[in-house]
Write a protein that binds this ligand. Structure first.
Ligand code: PAF
Length: 298
């Protein structure tokens, strides 16, 4: 008689604790003195599969006994008055569910008064020249606002690891540079972009797109893939192939298409060789989208 198979070990079911104040967060994230690794995933909420991948990467890094925090905070400092701060999607209950399903222990969702108790901060971090190009040229001050909140959240959460998506390639590069230049004691880890099967990079802003706009938006990833396909032919071929796709596309109001040296986040010279980022930003309808791919240029 066949022996009964041992029951599969049930995955650890986590209940993520939702906290709103720094004190409650600290009590939940540091319940005792046990020396476990811990990680933070910073978000503005409206979590999707891209964030889930960040949370899973964080859980994998710290192991089952480590601690993972997800912050949910729509940071007013990084939005210009003309941008979508007020209509930025908010879905906290669903965010907590997604965070716990993918391995978070604590969700920290503070109000602006908790993060900025003295009102709008007078002293902010500056992203310097790295924050003035590409996204920074169209969104002046954006990266100063990002760095200021990331620095604050790193102080509050005090993690061993912080995970950010490669989809925001310039943000990731600037945060990595802040951590290196200002001696933050944290390892910043980038996680590859998650895409729909048709190529669209996941973004909380995709929900603003109409059906037609969503189809038009596919030209962005198509352009990036076309550039990546000819990476072995050098920078000029990459730029040309990607630009051609965008030139033939409908409904794309292009902001920039750039082949970037990821180290300083500057436009790659014509003789560039090595790992590069091909990045695009465009408005589709009234929604501004960004996307990028990493490629080996020869
Ligand atoms: O990438 C984001 O969602 C935000 O810029 C971040 C890093 C959470 C800071 O507000």
């Amino acid at each position: 008689m066949a022996r009964p198979k041992p029951a599969a070990k049930a995955p650890k079911v986590r209940k993520a604790q939702l906290t709103h104040t720094v004190g409650d967060f600290e009590a939940a994230f540091w319940p005792d003195e046990s020396p476990v690794d811990n990680a933070v995933v910073m978000t503005m909420g409206a979590l999707h599969e891209g964030h889930a991948a960040l949370i899973r990467a964080a859980r994998k890094e710290v192991g089952p006994e480590g601690r993972v925090a997800v912050t949910v905070f729509v940071n007013p400092l990084q939005f210009a008055p003309s941008e979508d701060l007020d209509r930025y999607p908010r879905s906290l209950a669903a965010d907590v569910r997604l965070a716990e399903e993918h391995g978070a222990d604590v969700v920290f969702a503070p109000l602006p008064e908790e993060v900025y108790p003295n009102g709008t901060p007078q002293v902010r971090l500056s992203a310097g020249p790295m924050g003035e190009r590409f996204e920074g040229a169209t969104r002046p001050g954006h990266f100063d606002g990002v760095l200021t909140v990331v620095a604050k959240l790193l102080h509050i959460t005090d993690p061993d690891y912080a995970f950010f998506g490669e989809k925001d390639a310039q943000q990731l590069a600037i945060i990595q540079r802040m951590v290196a230049d200002l001696d933050f004691d944290v390892e910043v880890i980038g996680v590859p972009t998650i895409r729909e099967t048709d190529g669209l990079a996941l973004s909380s802003r995709n929900r603003y797109l109409s059906e037609t706009e969503r189809t038009q938006a596919l030209a962005l990833s198509r352009a990036l893939f076309a550039g990546r396909d000819v990476a072995a032919k050098g920078p000029a071929a990459v730029r040309e192939a990607a630009a051609q796709v965008l030139a033939e596309a409908d409904g794309i109001d292009l902001d920039y298409l750039a082949l970037i040296d990821p180290h300083d986040f500057v436009e790659a010279p014509d003789d560039f060789q090595g790992e590069a980022v091909l990045a695009v930003a465009a408005k589709v309808g009234s929604t501004r989208l960004i996307d990028n791919v990493r490629l080996q240029v020869r």
